[in-house]
Design a protein around this ligand. Structure first.
Ligand code: ZN
Length: 276
């Protein structure tokens, strides 16, 4: 059985919900380009990835974790085919986007700078004519989604919102160690450890680089899913690249050394409409 004393959580508030990963930043007081993560959306949690089967028991607010019909993640495979429709167009991703590099409590993460309440200044992808605005990314380890029964070492989530601030889509890419440096991860300094959630580094990054490293996301699965943490809200469209993004061995050691277990169990439900 998994329990965390509430007292402990009150003094160690760095265990945050993945949730919509909706923390955003405001300009800091002292340095011109120093941005700080506000508390918005980063509330202490009393659930654990290690006990994701029981989330529905913890709070009535989490009922979708138990009785939802489009819960994420799920097992995928080539026997389901690849999507013939809904190709994301990433031409709304600028090559340099300013934001904060930090650790979301489970692994490396990045949140783009925006004014509170403003989503339309963010990088966007376009799917079937709809713009979806990317607030940032975070990494889970091991990967949330399996493909053909194989689970990668990690998975990066590009989180997208509607113009009016609702979670809309996640672009997911599996990560595994390979032979050479990934130019995407070469953009970043060494990962900040999961115990160091107050550390923040400002930098510019190119969100398109990871897309390039998986053949421009030309082959993918898509399905109707949910947040992978309580309250397990549904209505998100998931996109998982068929290709794996390969890092060097040292890059993967850096990622995994800063990460802790954050994969929800695969969901045995039926409403996902894979590739529909
Ligand atoms: Zn996630």
């Amino acid at each position: 059985m998994f329990t965390i004393p509430l007292l402990l959580l009150s003094v160690v508030p760095q265990v945050f919900g993945c949730a919509d990963h909706q923390n955003f930043m405001r300009p800091g007081h002292n340095e011109k380009r120093q941005l700080n993560i506000s508390n918005t959306g980063r509330t202490p949690t009393y659930w654990a990835y290690e006990a994701s089967f029981n989330w529905g028991k913890l709070s009535p607010d989490y009922h979708l974790c138990q009785d939802g019909t489009q819960q994420s993640p799920i097992a995928l495979g080539l026997n389901q085919g690849l999507s013939l429709y809904h190709q994301p167009d990433f031409s709304g991703y600028p090559s340099e986007v300013l934001g904060n590099y930090y650790n979301w409590g489970y692994g490396p993460a990045f949140t783009f700078y925006r004014e509170p309440g403003n989503y339309t200044s963010l990088p966007y992808m376009t799917v079937d004519g709809e713009r979806m605005y990317m607030t940032g990314w975070h990494i889970h380890s091991p990967a949330d989604h399996t493909v053909g029964g194989d689970r990668s070492k990690a998975e990066i989530h590009y989180v997208h919102y509607t113009a009016d601030g609702h979670e809309r889509a996640v672009v997911a890419i599996r990560l595994d160690p390979g032979r050479e440096d990934s130019p995407f991860f070469a953009q970043f300094p060494p990962a900040i450890h999961f115990n160091d959630t107050s550390a923040i580094q400002n930098l510019d990054m190119d969100p398109m680089q990871a897309i390039r490293e998986v053949s421009n996301f030309s082959e993918f699965w898509t399905y109707k899913g949910s947040l992978t943490s309580p309250p397990c809200k549904e209505g998100l469209q998931w996109f998982l690249a068929r290709n794996i993004l390969f890092t060097s061995r040292l890059q993967m050691q850096d990622i995994l050394g800063a990460s802790t277990f954050s994969a929800r169990a695969e969901q045995e439900v039926w409403g996902h409409e894979v590739n529909v």
